[in-house]
Design a protein around this ligand. Structure first.
Ligand SMILES: Nc1ncnc2c1ncn2[C@@H]1O[C@H](COP(=O)(O)OP(=O)(O)OP(=O)(O)O)[C@@H](O)[C@H]1O
Length: 307
């Protein structure tokens, strides 16, 4: 079953074609990430799906509803977690979650929901005494208050410290496991790679591509990266490799389409010379590499090299 179907969606603001003939579908139970540079049309698309912005053209069905006309019956089935919701500072976590849940016919148990987002020990704390990361978890609890079939998550971990980000990822994975469909927007490619079953990349209102991170990697065919450290004098004697070698500050980088062969040649070469290759690592192209290629954004590291 499809949770979301978008066909030939368009929306303009004056001369700007913010969303330009975009089509994609999201299956029930999928985590789907919408990616793209600033101004690509993500927010416009998501707000049309939420029913908060009108479209100029195209068809949209979400959970069987047209969001533009779905009204309350539609809203009761979706959850929205915005980047920074304003709270009544004097309420406690539990009061706010209970209040929000009371608006929905279907709801989670208040304490279970608070525990699910990891705020059990803060449930009687007033909002004004929560940290930024704890507030974002409260945002999430409020978005989940109506036990939604579909959750819209807008940059869920912006401003999180690394540990909090990992906890949020675990929570999103748990929600997915419980069968919630999730539409995620994020600028953290690692987050999309970690969480999303499929991603769509938008650029200047157009859909550039859609697929699983592995499918996208296969279509773009970027090199893998072998890195290790070696003194420059020794590096002059490297074996012939299929990949392109660069050397900076004692670190060697080999961009290669044949990582197996090049790793073998390198390690064999090092062993016969009784050399160590400190920090040796082999990394496949990341979703970020694929994204930067598809959106035509310069790779910041490459830009540094060219300077
Ligand atoms: N209310 C509006 N009035 C006029 N132009 C708008 C409006 N909202 C968005 N736009 C324009 O539409 C385009 C798409 O904007 P949108 O906010 O959908 O992009 P986005 O992908 O969400 O960007 P970001 O990553 O910066 O949040 C941009 O060129 C933006 O300037």
């Amino acid at each position: 079953m499809r949770a979301i179907e978008v066909r030939h969606l368009t929306r303009g603001y004056g001369a700007v074609r913010a969303v330009d003939d975009v089509s994609f579908t999201v299956d029930e139970g999928e985590v789907f990430a919408l990616l793209g540079p600033n101004g690509a049309g993500k927010t416009t698309t998501v707000e049309i799906l939420e029913g908060y912005r009108r479209r100029d053209g195209g068809e949209v069905r979400v959970l069987g509803f047209d969001p533009a006309t779905g009204g309350r019956a539609y809203r009761e089935r979706i959850g929205i977690v915005l980047q920074s919701a304003g709270f009544e500072e004097e309420f406690t976590v539990r009061e706010l979650v209970r209040l929000q849940s009371s608006l929905y016919p279907r709801r989670h148990d208040t304490d279970e929901l608070i525990a699910l987002v990891g705020l059990a020990d803060k449930r009687d704390t007033r909002v004004k005494a929560l940290s930024g990361g704890q507030r974002r978890r409260l945002d999430l609890a409020l978005g989940l208050a109506g036990a939604p079939d579909l959750l819209f998550l807008d940059e869920p971990t912006t401003g999180f410290d690394p540990a909090a980000r990992h906890r949020a990822w675990e929570l999103i994975a748990r929600l997915r496991h419980l069968g919630t469909t999730i539409l995620l927007t994020t600028h953290y490619l690692e987050e999309a790679e970690r969480l999303a079953d499929r991603v769509a990349i938008l650029r200047a209102g157009r859909l550039v591509t859609v697929g699983s991170p592995d499918q996208l990697r296969d279509t773009v065919q970027l090199p893998s990266l072998i890195t290790f450290r070696l003194p420059a004098v020794v590096a002059t004697d490297l074996p012939v490799l299929t990949g392109e070698v660069s050397h900076a500050d004692g670190a060697l980088r080999v961009r290669t389409h044949d990582p197996l062969a090049d790793t073998y040649r390198l390690t064999e070469w090092a062993r016969t010379r009784r050399l160590d290759l400190p920090g040796l690592s082999l990394a496949p192209p990341t979703l970020e590499d694929v994204y930067l290629t598809l959106t035509g954004e310069p790779d910041p590291e490459e830009a540094d090299h060219d300077r």
